[in-house]
Design a protein around this ligand. Structure first.
Ligand code: TRP
Length: 332
């Protein structure tokens, strides 16, 4: 019997992965599979709450899957699937819509933000997004849901739905906990080290699939400071740009800040920045090559997401049947 605790998370295929995603999160996921039974899916049904170009959505969904596998997420040890391939998400999503209150949905900050940003397309799906997300989670009865700060409110709402539903029908759903991963490296933007590395500021963001010369150019242009006395010194309050580069270098090489200071003692940023760039390039090179190889092997990629959907669907269906019975639907 499998005694492992279950973990589940969804990822929107809305953009390319970057160094911050990798060092901050994905790098640690490979090890996680030993401890937990992990489900990861591409949340394509959530992505269409904002208008997409169909060909781009299709391409990005597959690219992202290939990149995750290349980062070390082993499809033999993790269940990797595409949300729209498992119809139980839409089915339970509808049921949970009927157990989620208008007032609750109105209070979601993501809805407020996104409806302010897309005034011409404030659709019903954008509003009921959290009920679908609750369904994504509850179908698999996970113990933990790893999410970033911005998604915690949705997990809290899921917990309210569990309490409401279980209160009416006895214990149908397991109560999930948000899981805040043990600190990975917090990577800041190379041009604005006061905010997280983000694809919305592409000059300060290093993408996993980026060409080495482009990566090196971004590191050479990284913001540092005008300290010429003790340039490579870890002082996040006064030298945030340098601290960020040291952080990246440390995450990649395993060296301590002290060791890095010693390594670059007496040298300026002209030596330090390209050295960090070079270390990043060598770390990303095998990932980029592997992702390209996987993406070109359509048959392999298809076998991964088909097997993933089959396994996910089997688990999801058990929960859905239970729910349908509880709410009073006639069994098929
Ligand atoms: N809403 C999440 C995001 O935008 C993606 C997501 C969809 C998700 N369903 C989920 C995350 C279920 C965790 C669990 O990042």
């Amino acid at each position: 019997m499998d005694e492992k605790k279950v973990m589940l998370s969804g990822i929107q295929p809305s953009g390319d992965l970057h160094l911050g995603n990798y060092l901050g999160a994905i790098k640690n996921w490979a090890a996680r599979a030993e401890e937990f039974d992990c489900y990861y899916f591409m949340a394509d049904m959530h992505t269409i709450t904002v208008r997409q170009t169909p060909a781009d959505l299709r391409r990005r969904t597959l690219e992202q899957l290939a990149q995750y596998i290349a980062c070390g997420l082993d499809p033999e040890k993790n269940t990797l699937f595409i949300q729209s391939h498992v119809p139980q998400h839409a089915e339970l999503g509808w049921v949970l819509n009927c157990y989620t209150m208008f007032g609750e949905l109105s209070r979601m900050t993501q809805f407020k933000d996104k409806s302010a940003k897309h005034k011409d397309n404030i659709n019903g799906g954008l509003f009921t997004y959290p009920a679908l997300m609750a369904a994504d989670i509850l179908l698999y009865q996970p113990d933990f849901v790893p999410v970033g700060e911005d998604q915690k409110q949705h997990v809290e709402l899921t917990r309210n739905i569990v309490q409401r539903f279980n209160g009416i029908y006895d214990d149908v759903f397991k109560m999930p906990e948000p899981y805040i991963p043990k600190a990975g490296a917090r990577v800041m933007g190379l041009t604005a080290p006061d905010s997280k590395m983000s694809k919305s500021i592409p000059e300060g963001c290093v993408f996993l699939m980026e060409k080495p010369e482009d990566i090196q150019r971004k590191f050479k242009r990284a913001i540092t400071d005008s300290d010429t006395e003790h340039p490579v010194r870890y002082d996040p309050a006064n030298k945030p740009g340098v601290a960020n580069l040291m952080n990246i270098y440390s995450a990649i090489t395993g060296k301590s800040f002290q060791e890095i200071e010693t390594e670059f003692a007496g040298q300026g940023y002209g030596k330090f920045k390209p050295a960090v760039g070079e270390a990043v390039i060598e770390t990303l090179r095998p990932i980029r090559e592997e992702a390209s190889r996987i993406l070109a092997d359509k048959a392999y990629l298809e076998s991964v997401y088909k097997a993933g959907a089959e396994k996910a669907s089997y688990v999801a269906n058990k929960t859905l049947r239970k729910v349908y019975k509880k709410v009073g639907f006639v069994p098929r």
